[in-house]
Design a protein. Structure first.
Length: 248
C-alpha cells in the first residue's frame, strides 16, 4: 500500500486530471476525451433522483465533480492525501465530501450507500486477496439491492505492469472475485479500446471536442468488436448488485 501512496502522491503534482489519467498528455485533449467518455458511461447508468453515492478511489475528485448534483450525496474516499487536497479544491462541499482511507476497514457504517462507482482503481490493488477484502468492505457499506459500477482495464490474459503498480486482469478473474465478495454481476460491457487510432488525433488536437460524442460511439463499437487484444487492454464496465440480506 505504501508504494501506491507514493505513486499517487507523486502523480498529484501533475494536476487534477493528468494525475489520474495520463500525466504525459501535455495538451490535455486525450485526458479530456477519456474523462468525458468515463463520465458519460457512468452518468447514463445512475439515477438522477435522491441517492447516496460512494466514489471509491476518488483521486483528485474529477468523477465526483462530474456526477455531483443537487439530488446526489457523494462521498469520495482515497488513500492519497495529496489527491484528496485536489478533490476538495475543485468540488462544492454542499454536494461532495472527501474522506481519507487507510486501505483497510472503510470508515462507514453498514448499508450506508445506494451506489458505488470507481474508475481504474481495482487494477491498482494488485494482490487478489487484498482486492477481495476491499470488495467485501464495499459490499458491507452498500444498502440491500445497492448497485456498483466499476470501470477497469481488462486484458485477454492477466498482466502486471513492470513497475508492479497495476494489474490488468481478465474479465473472468474479475467476475470470480466479485462473486466471491457476494455481488451478482448484472452486466459486463466494453466501453473503450486502448490504442484506438482516433485517440492519437485527439491527443494532438486534430479532432476537436465537438467530435467527442461521435468518437465515443466509435470507441465503444471497436471495444465491443475487439474486446481482448493480445498486446493492449480495453476499459470494461462491470455493473454489480448486492443481494438483499435476510439478517445481519
Amino acid at each position: 500500500m505504501d508504494d501506491q501512496r507514493q505513486h499517487w502522491g507523486d502523480a498529484a503534482k501533475h494536476g487534477a486530471l493528468a494525475s489520474v489519467i495520463d500525466p504525459n498528455d501535455r495538451r490535455g485533449m486525450k485526458n479530456l476525451y477519456i474523462s468525458n467518455l468515463r463520465d458519460d458511461v457512468l452518468q447514463r447508468r445512475l439515477p438522477s433522483h435522491n441517492v447516496s453515492l460512494l466514489d471509491f478511489g476518488c483521486g483528485s475528485g474529477n468523477l465526483s465533480k462530474a456526477l455531483a448534483s443537487r439530488d446526489r450525496r457523494i462521498t469520495g474516499i482515497d488513500i492519497t492525501p495529496e489527491l484528496l487536497e485536489l478533490a476538495v479544491e475543485q468540488n462544492d462541499p454542499e454536494t461532495c465530501k472527501f474522506v481519507h482511507y487507510d486501505g483497510g476497514v472503510m470508515p462507514f457504517a453498514d448499508r450506508s450507500f445506494d451506489f458505488a462507482v470507481t474508475y481504474v482503481v481495482l487494477s491498482h490493488i494488485v494482490d487478489n486477496e487484498q482486492l477481495l477484502s476491499t470488495l467485501t468492505e464495499l459490499h458491507r457499506t452498500l444498502k440491500d439491492q445497492g448497485e456498483v459500477l466499476f470501470i477497469e482495464q481488462t486484458r485477454r490474459q492477466t498482466t502486471t505492469t513492470p513497475d508492479g503498480i497495476k494489474k490488468q486482469r481478465n474479465v473472468a478473474e474479475y467476475v470470480g472475485l466479485f462473486e466471491r465478495a457476494g455481488f451478482e454481476v448484472a452486466s459486463v460491457e466494453h466501453v473503450r479500446k486502448a490504442r484506438f487510432l482516433p485517440l492519437y488525433l485527439i491527443r494532438y488536437g486534430l479532432i476537436g471536442e465537438a467530435m467527442f460524442p461521435l468518437m465515443r460511439r466509435l470507441d465503444s463499437l471497436f471495444a465491443t468488436l475487439f474486446p481482448a487484444p493480445r498486446t493492449s487492454y480495453v476499459d470494461t464496465l462491470f455493473a454489480l448488485r448486492k443481494q438483499r440480506q435476510s439478517n445481519g
